[in-house]
Ligand binder design. Structure first.
Ligand code: MTE
Ligand code: CO
Length: 390
């Protein structure tokens, strides 16, 4: 800054008078200067905002935790406003004892804390046939990563006593959609949770207050919100969300079904179309997020030239199972155009594929489970655009 910068030499308004007292904001909100940091929807995607989705502003966030007020929302019939004193969770079907729990009953099981990402299977679905939406909020923002507090589903099921023939369960929500999904018992007994807190405070209504199912690493649709019933059975129920929706139509007319695990994926969040490089050439911080439904992300590669040369990014922050990871690549920008991509490696050895490699196997008609490599073109001014390289 030149000498005489008024930001230094002049007294600013916030130094001339006293600020608000401690009682002005009993529940704190972000600075008004951050008002642009918000969930956004894409109006033409859905007929109305009730059965719809909005997107996490991942280009405005850092680290690995998504703040509660910015977690994307996906509702099939809007947000259920559930009174916790009237909320019940029923366990029925192939059990020794059918049980109805109140919220207080649930809170008497041993409590656990786990950080996990939730990704909608439709995240990046609009990009299947080519670059479409200009911003990682829209191409990759159907994800959030939150610390859940809750009880293990296996402990709750043990209280009801699952019969040996009980190999599947059906989770049902208390919203007007009564959203239902079949879940294999093996997963239920492994790491599923019934959560009532997110990032330390009560779940937000949008996220399923007072209770939601947490199904680590598996597609978001299975994480039933406003959870009211779990039925134990001996086969999947073949509901709408696992037949006509959340399945992948293959070129030969068959469909991939029960594709639960979210494959390893990554995206550069800065720079990106909503977050251009505004500082010109010189030291530049590139950053992004990576995750895998099968484990951790030990490594992310970054290219500045559309895949000709790859560099290993620097991972920073906690590396947890089925959780978001943060990567950085610090470089000196020479001011020339860039073709940015990131490529995640997960702890099973799986490497994130190109979009072309995915389409070669899955054909042109898929929507869900697009974990292909994303490309941003950055021009000399630092403006970024969603493109594909052939
Ligand atoms: N649960 C109920 N009861 N109703 C719903 O509409 N949407 C599902 C899932 N659980 C849904 C639900 C879908 S498709 C996704 S991707 C996640 O919730 C979204 O969770 P979020 O709103 O916390 O982001
Ligand atoms: Co979804």
């Amino acid at each position: 800054r030149a000498a005489g910068d008024p930001a230094i030499t002049e007294l600013q308004p916030w130094m001339r008078s006293l600020g608000d007292g401690v009682d002005a904001h009993p529940y704190g909100m972000p600075s008004p200067f951050e008002a642009h940091v918000k969930r956004r929807n894409v109006e033409w995607l859905t007929a109305d905002p009730v059965s719809s989705v909005n997107f996490t502003p991942i280009h405005e966030l850092d680290g690995i935790i998504t703040p509660n007020g910015l977690c994307f929302e996906r509702h099939h019939s809007g947000i259920a406003r559930v009174d916790p004193s009237l909320h019940r969770l029923m366990i029925n079907g192939l059990v020794d004892r059918e049980i109805v729990f109140t919220m207080d009953d649930l809170k008497r099981f041993p409590r656990y804390n786990r950080i996990h990402f939730l990704e909608c299977a439709a995240n990046s679905g609009m990009e299947w046939r080519g670059a479409q939406l200009n911003g990682c909020q829209f191409t990759h923002g159907m994800i959030h990563n939150v610390m859940y507090t809750g009880v293990m589903l296996r402990d709750v099921l043990a209280a009801a006593g699952v019969k040996p023939t009980g190999t599947w369960l059906l989770a049902e929500g208390a919203d007007a959609a009564a959203m239902t999904r079949s879940i294999p018992m093996e997963k239920a007994l492994d790491d599923c949770m019934i959560a009532f807190k997110m990032n330390g405070e009560a779940l937000r209504p949008e996220q399923g207050y007072p209770v939601r199912l947490v199904v680590p690493g598996w597609e978001g649709n299975m994480w039933v919100k406003w959870l009211r019933r779990i039925e134990i059975g001996d086969q999947p129920w073949q509901h709408r969300e696992e037949t006509s929706k959340y399945t992948d139509l293959l070129p030969d007319g068959r469909a991939r079904r029960f594709t639960y695990e979210m494959d390893a994926k990554s995206v550069i969040t800065n720079p990106s179309p909503q977050a251009p490089l505004s500082h010109g050439k010189g030291p530049t911080v590139l950053t992004g997020i990576a995750w895998s439904g099968r484990g951790t992300i030990p490594r992310v590669d970054v290219t500045l030239d559309g895949g000709r040369n790859w560099h290993q990014a620097r991972m920073d922050g906690p590396s947890l199972e089925k959780s978001m990871h943060r990567f950085y690549f610090d470089f000196d920008w020479d001011g020339r155009p860039l073709l940015l991509q990131s490529r995640a490696h997960d702890s099973t050895g799986y490497v994130q594929p190109t979009k072309d490699a995915l389409r070669a196997i899955r054909g042109p008609d898929s929507i869900y489970h697009n974990n292909g490599i994303q490309t941003w073109h950055v021009d000399e001014r630092g403006e970024a655009e969603n493109v594909e390289v052939g």
